[in-house]
Design a protein around this ligand. Structure first.
Ligand code: NDP
Ligand code: MG
Length: 383
């Protein structure tokens, strides 16, 4: 029997790579739905190629039926499909907070989840992981670090974990002198040395907010106290993360930096699939290096660690929302690179730390935080 799959965000970096993997295994998968925000032309092509039952555009009006594919409009349609269709696994590959609802709805229904969207766990970590437990669903991380940790923890006793160490490439500015950070341009920030990804996560990698979001993601996915989590810079991005145990053993997962490896793992877990990624050639791989994070350069990561340490999710929601707003303004040339931090910090300080477990309250705080972040931007602009 084929595995029935729905993809939220099929036209993005993760979505298209997932379809590349699925294309290698047409006998194993059936596409129930594909969805995008507005890149309808690509989605239609994908829908035809994979004989999708439905294609859904969340942001661009369009309702029709052709080539035997039902075409739907609106984000609610994506949610309804997850709630009602016969689906085995949903891949959440949309960006930002828009991942919260589809992930939560899939978890509540007990549909298996391949989760690329880290922002949903940052904003609604306990809500989602508790729903997954309740319905005995499975949540398989797609984020390369978390896929690595997930694999290192298979068959292990969680009580014997000493540390979970997330690796970070350090992004494009690892070697850039700190005194030139005020002059970082958008083009420079969009050039990631190792990974080719969507714009938002590429900027998050340059500020290292991405690693901050990932620490929070790891806390919830693996139910870890923040003291068990650590980050190390590993410029080659070959070791995707490591776990150390009480006996002094370290387990690590290695591979070339290519998302098709964790994507393929998430699609067929616990089985493995040929992903199209070539194996590491250790004879030509000369060095693997590691270094500490310079928090002067990566203030966003430091802020995220502080938010992680206080434990509750209200500040995580505020931080995530402010980061999305700040990155959006930066990408529109309305904010400097260093001001991304200022917006997040100026927003987070306006909220108090508490635990929010109601989905509506999570949405309300997200909206409110975005408004606050926009006010902070205005203030910064006025100087
Ligand atoms: P992209 O920006 O490349 O793609 C985002 C996808 O989501 C597109 O298909 C986009 O459609 C769709 N989308 C955006 N907003 C909405 C919405 N409101 N409703 C429905 N669909 C929407 O992002 P990435 O693929 O890079 O990243 C996706 C997620 O995966 C992020 O959370 C990121 O942090 C995470 N991730 C990504 C990695 C990577 O290598 N790219 C690595 C690890 C994690 P459209 O094309 O129409 O805009
Ligand atoms: Mg990652």
């Amino acid at each position: 029997m084929k595995k029935k799959i729905g993809i939220v965000g099929s036209t993005g970096s993760i979505g298209t790579q997932a379809l590349d993997v699925i294309n290698l295994h047409r006998d194993k998968f059936e596409i129930v739905f594909l969805s995008c925000n507005s890149n309808v032309d690509l989605m239609v092509e994908q829908g035809k190629q994979f004989s999708a039952k439905y294609i859904v555009s969340a942001g661009k009006k369009f309702d029709a039926e052709y080539f035997g594919i039902k075409v739907l409009y609106g984000y609610e349609s994506v949610i309804k499909l997850i709630e009602n269709e016969d689906i085995d696994l949903v891949l959440i590959a949309t960006t930002g907070f828009s991942g919260v609802l589809p992930t939560y709805v899939a978890a509540k229904r007990g549909v298996e989840i391949a989760l690329a969207n880290k922002e949903s766990i940052v904003a609604a970590g306990s809500l989602i992981t508790e729903a997954v437990k309740r319905t005995r669903s499975t949540l398989i991380p797609v984020d390369s670090e978390h896929s690595a940790v997930f694999q290192c923890l298979m068959g292990q006793n969680r009580d014997k974990i000493e540390k979970v160490i997330l690796t970070a490439s350090g992004g494009p500015f690892r070697n850039r002198p700190f005194d030139s950070f005020d002059h970082i341009s958008k083009t420079e920030a969009l050039k990631h040395p190792n990974w080719s990804m969507g714009a938002k996560i590429t900027i998050d990698s340059a500020t290292m907010m991405n690693k901050g979001l990932e620490l929070i993601e790891a806390k919830y996915l693996f139910d870890l106290h923040p003291s068990k989590l650590d980050v190390v810079i590993h410029p080659q991005s070959i070791i995707h993360s490591m776990v150390s145990f009480v006996d002094g053993s370290f387990l690590a997962q290695l591979g070339y930096p290519d998302m098709r490896t964790p994507i393929s793992f998430s699609l067929m877990y616990p089985e493995r699939l040929v992903s199209g990624v070539k194996p590491i050639d250790f004879k030509t791989l000369s060095v693997l290096t590691f270094q500490e994070v310079d928090f002067r350069k990566y203030r966003c990561l430091e802020l995220a660690i502080n938010v992680l340490n206080q434990g509750n999710n209200s500040l995580m929601i505020a931080m995530n929302a402010a980061n999305e707003v700040a990155v959006e303004y930066f990408l529109k040339d309305n904010l400097s690179f260093q001001q991304i931090y200022d917006v997040i910090e100026g927003t987070v300080e306006k909220y108090s730390s508490k635990n929010i477990t109601d989905i509506d309250e999570i949405f309300e705080l997200d909206i409110l935080s975005r408004e606050t972040a926009k006010q902070v931007v205005k203030k910064l602009k006025r100087g």
